[in-house]
Ligand binder design. Structure first.
Ligand code: AMP
Ligand code: GLY
Length: 438
């Protein structure tokens, strides 16, 4: 099988790494890829947003399966274009990707299908008075969200009603998020702890992966600015197998059924961002792809043949709802460039990467790297995902291994959080996990 993986982050390196372990895989290409994917696949210089360029590459190179990593090409309709020319693809169609591409669509979808989520209303630019009235009915903090894709920045948690109204004005009138903010969602704030559940689905059947937790803020203790994610671990002890069953029943099944009934069946990886609070799990958001860095801990724990799993989704023949248990665990610490998520410098040489080559328990996934004059240099905000993988559920040991490795890799301005996984240990202290799916 010849496979094209679209994207260039840690998630795509993890996908390529896992596909390399499948028996039936011959060539893997990655567009555009990074220095990490280059060691396992052939990087091709096509941007992830160049839909026609990607389709032409698939046709010219006898690609059997295209795996689409990021949301942007999915929302732009890459899957539809590939399906239209008779190619297999892992990733939802443009209509199904609206679950991530439009927050107005996803909230209305949840409301129509009885899926638990925060109370909300949607508004356009001409509806400021109505928005103000709705804000008055909510107790602060109040959450304001831009409808469209905003690179993880389109959500405002506003401590007061005044700030909420100001946020609404900025999005709809001042257009701080461009077209993404033409419509907005205002919703109640949910208290609790966040978790991410991923299912791989062909539209009807699904496989649940190990639930994960991300660390979205840049500083220790979940302080500072929001980022793409500074680290992750799986399985998350917060999500017991009982809770996971509830998520499958109350969220996953009605989502897949709803999408089928509405004529836009969802096939690919469905990422459900949950808030686990006193009233049980509620959906914060859907994403139409693997999370990043969550992919770097969730994908290594998959115990079946990954290429076959993704191929079976693309052929709509996933084995009946599989319920594997994992007794393994993984922790990923993201090493970022100083300054991220604001401006940062690029092109810093990275030392110490090779010492982990061939190690099955410590994998350094590349997120923002490039090869320059034969050296690996930084090229992004999130640079590496240093991931410890182990044969048991001892997350404390995984955390130690990951940080031990982080200490051996250096580049100028390297920054990382020092408390990745701490949350998990708190839960483990209370209750041991019973193992989770796949
Ligand atoms: P989203 O892009 O919808 O996931 O939102 C980004 C982040 O904002 C989430 O991961 C949460 O941390 C936070 N968030 C979003 N919606 C809510 C809400 N209704 N209540 C509390 N926090 C929220
Ligand atoms: N880690 C959050 C995301 O992938 O959206």
């Amino acid at each position: 099988m010849n496979i094209l993986v679209v994207g260039s982050g840690g998630r795509e390196h993890a996908i390529v790494w896992k596909l390399r372990q499948s028996a039936n895989v011959r060539s893997i290409y990655c567009a555009p890829g990074n220095a990490g994917t280059a060691s396992l696949a052939t990087n091709v210089e096509i941007a992830q947003s160049d839909i026609e360029g990607l389709v032409a590459f698939v046709e010219r190179n006898a690609i059997d399966l295209t795996v689409i990593g990021p949301e942007q090409p999915l929302v732009l309709g890459l899957a539809d274009r590939l399906l239209a020319v008779g190619r297999r693809v892992f990733g939802p169609t443009q209509a199904a990707a609206r679950l991530e591409g439009s927050k107005v669509f996803s909230k209305d979808f949840m409301a129509r299908n009885g899926i638990p989520t925060a109370r909300y209303k949607t508004f356009g630019a001409s509806e400021l008075t109505l928005a103000q009235e709705f804000i008055k009915s909510l107790k602060p903090p109040i959450v304001v969200k831009a409808d469209g894709l905003a690179a993880g920045k389109g959500v405002l948690i506003c401590p007061s009603r005044e700030e909420a109204l100001e946020g609404v004005r900025e999005m709809t009138v001042a257009k701080s998020f461009g077209a993404a903010g033409e419509r907005i969602v205002i919703e109640e704030y949910l208290a609790g702890e966040e978790a991410s559940v991923f299912v791989i689905t062909d539209g009807e059947r699904f496989v649940t992966l190990a639930p994960a937790q991300d660390h979205k803020r840049v500083l220790d203790g979940d302080l500072g600015k929001n980022t793409g994610g500074m680290g992750a671990y799986a399985p998350a002890p917060l999500v017991t197998s009982e809770l996971l069953k509830k998520v499958e029943q109350d969220v996953i099944l009605p989502t897949l059924e709803g999408m089928r009934r509405e004529g836009t069946p969802y096939a690919g990886c469905l990422y459900v961002g949950l808030m686990i609070g006193d009233e049980g799990p509620k959906v914060l958001e859907y994403n139409c792809r693997f999370g990043d860095p969550e992919a770097q801990v969730v994908i290594p724990l998959i115990e079946t043949d990954f290429a076959e799993l993704l191929l079976s989704v693309s052929e709509r023949r996933l084995a009946a709802n599989v319920d594997y248990q994992t007794s393994r665990s993984a922790v990923c610490v993201v090493v970022a460039s100083k300054g991220y998520p604001d401006a940062y410098e690029k092109g810093k040489p990275i030392e110490g990467l090779n010492q982990f080559d061939g190690d099955v328990r410590l994998v350094v996934f590349h997120a923002g790297t490039q090869t320059k004059d034969g050296r690996t240099v930084t090229s992004g905000g999130r640079v590496l995902g240093v991931t410890a993988i182990g044969e048991d559920l001892d997350l404390a040991a995984r955390i130690r291994s990951a940080y031990d490795a982080v200490g051996k890799i250096t580049f100028e301005g390297a920054y990382y959080r020092t408390d990745i996984g701490k949350k998990a240990l708190r839960h483990l202290g209370r209750k041991t996990t019973e193992g989770t799916h796949i």
